[in-house]
Design a protein. Sequence first.
Length: 220
Amino acid sequence: MRIVKYFYEEPMPLEALTPDRDPAARGQRGPTLPLDDLLQAPAYYRGYLAGTDQAAGRVGLTTVEPPEAYLPALLAVGGPGDWVQLAEGTIDRLPIGQVRATLQAPDATQVLLAGAAAVPEGALQTVGTTPRREAIPALKQVLAGCRVAFFPEPAHDGFDWSLYATQPLREPLVDALAQHPVKGVRRFVLPYQRARSEQKFYFESWQLDAAPLPDYIQEV
C-alpha cells in the first residue's frame, strides 16, 4: 500500500511558524506573539504533503509511485503563470516539463515558486538559505509576489513538500486528489494541529486498520 498525506493549517499567522525540520515542529512549541498581535496579523496558509510506500519500506512523498498520486495536486495549487526556482543560489524560470520533473525529484532545489510575478531576488535568496523561522520577513515578501511557495523537505527516503500561500490551499489540493484517483494509493487529509506528534504524523503505520479512523482524518 502507498500512502499520500496532506497536513494543512488554514489560516495560520506566520509569526507562529516552526520549521518543519525542527524536531519541535510536531511537538509542543506554541506562538511567541501576544494574542492581540496574532489576531491582527495577516492570514497565511500552510500545507505539508508527505508519502509512504509501505510495501517497499520507503518514507517520502517522492518515493510514491506513480507520481500521478500527488503530482496533479501540486500542479493544481500552483496554477497557471510563471514558475521560478532557486537552486544552489541560482534563480531560473522553469518550463512546465521541468516543473513536473522538479516536483518529483527536487535534488538541489531550495525553493520553487508558482505564479511568480514580481518576487524580490534578495528576499528569495534569504528564504532559500536561512532557517525558516529566521526568514519570516523575507518569506512574507516572497509570498506577496507569488501564488505558492514550495519547499522540498528531506524525508527518510526522497522528499516531502511544504507549501505556503496567501490564499487557501486545502480545497483546490483536495479537489485535485479526488479527481485523480490512483489504484493502490490511499490519500488522506488532516489538520496539522492534530498531528503534532511523531505517532500521529505516521498514523498509517499503526492506525489504518482502525475501524473507523479518527474523525479528523479524511480519506480522499
